[in-house]
Design a protein around this ligand. Structure first.
Ligand code: HEM
Length: 311
């Protein structure tokens, strides 16, 4: 082993020890150990990112939360050297009081928005966020909850996510991704989601768990929609409601059209019309024929009293 390699290995081992809380810094320092070359650094980062994504998919352990730093590095060429990047990102921790100084008002330090504890420089969107503009209320604070509640009052602009549904959590995450893509990442806000050392808090862990649950629910819903695609529905004043199935109904492209049935999904308060393969139609007890409609018909007129969405 050459002395250069030995030094690299030493730096990596040391960095793992020192920066346990910050896995992204490991590839950063590894890149440094490899001689500051941008390509080596990029290769290491990509390898790390892929491995972290694999670990997340298979174990639910999320090592990817430092991707913001990579994003930051992409946006600011001067930070693309791992050494500089480490130096800068390591310091990027803000208190609430510091963040409050970035509301774009006269004499303020800039225009920042925080969401889920990540701070972004939104000065490029000053027409939305500047003083007097529609979304100025998001600046200088973390008002995560309002991104999904739409409550932009002082009380609504809070980072308290208590009681939000998994779907809301997923909606909030989409906003985080929006900011990551469209604005410069600045750093972490010390508080609800990151502690004073920039480590994820318990509440952040809870957030990721709910996000994972929402993603699982979405996959399950997709499978359900493919198995029981929604029917086409039309209403005519003189004849009432018709439901019918085609090979594209419900937006699900398939080889079979199916027959309309009322589907009462367990745990749901309402029922809906589903197109079902005739064989399945007799097997699943949650499916009911429409009264007066022949079992093999691909179109049924529904009498008012048999309408969908009734208990
Ligand atoms: C929960 C409710 C909502 C939230 C949290 C929200 C948030 C935002 C944010 C943060 C932006 C700035 C995006 C950027 O940085 O580029 C924005 C832009 C905008 N929003 Fe909303 N919004 C909401 C509802 C609405 C509604 C109901 C309307 C329309 C009736 C609307 C119309 C717009 C328009 C027109 C823009 C500007 C888009 C552009 O110029 O690119 N928003 N919204």
């Amino acid at each position: 082993m050459g002395s250069g390699t030995a030094i690299s290995v030493f730096v990596i081992v040391l960095s793992v020890g020192i920066h346990q809380y910050n896995p992204f810094i490991i590839p950063s320092l590894l890149g440094r150990g490899l001689g500051y070359t941008r390509d080596a650094y990029k290769a290491v980062c990509h390898f790390y990112d892929k491995t972290a994504a694999f670990v997340y998919q298979n174990t639910g352990i999320d090592l990817r939360y430092e991707r913001e730093d990579e994003h930051y590095a992409k946006q600011k060429p001067e930070f693309q050297s791992p050494a500089k990047m480490h130096k800068n990102t390591a310091k990027l921790l803000m208190t609430k009081a510091e963040l409050a100084q970035y509301d774009g008002s006269e004499g303020s330090k800039g225009l920042y928005v925080a969401i889920l504890g990540s701070v972004f420089d939104v000065s490029a969107g000053k027409d939305h966020y500047g003083p007097g503009c529609s979304y100025h209320f998001f600046t200088g604070k973390d008002g995560s909850r309002a991104f999904v509640s739409g409550d932009f009052s002082e009380n609504g602009l809070t980072d308290d996510l208590t009681g939000l549904s998994n779907k809301d959590i997923q909606g909030l995450w989409k906003w985080v991704e929006f900011y990551k893509n469209d604005y410069r990442y600045v750093g972490k806000l010390i508080g609800r989601f990151y502690d004073s050392k920039g480590r994820k808090t318990r509440e952040m862990e809870d957030f990721y768990q709910k996000l994972k649950a929402a993603e699982d629910e979405e996959v399950a819903e997709g499978a359900e929609k493919r198995r029981y695609p929604p029917c086409n529905v039309e209403w005519k004043k003189e004849k009432g409601t018709r439901v019918w199935c085609t090979t594209k109904s419900g937006g699900v492209d398939r080889a079979w059209a199916g027959v309309p049935r009322t589907l009462h999904e367990p745990g749901k308060k309402t029922s809906r019309c589903a197109c079902v393969e005739p064989k399945t139609a007799v097997e699943d007890p949650n499916l009911k024929e429409y009264p007066g409609c022949p079992p093999g018909a691909d179109s049924c007129w529904i009498k008012e009293k048999d309408k969908m969405n009734k208990k």
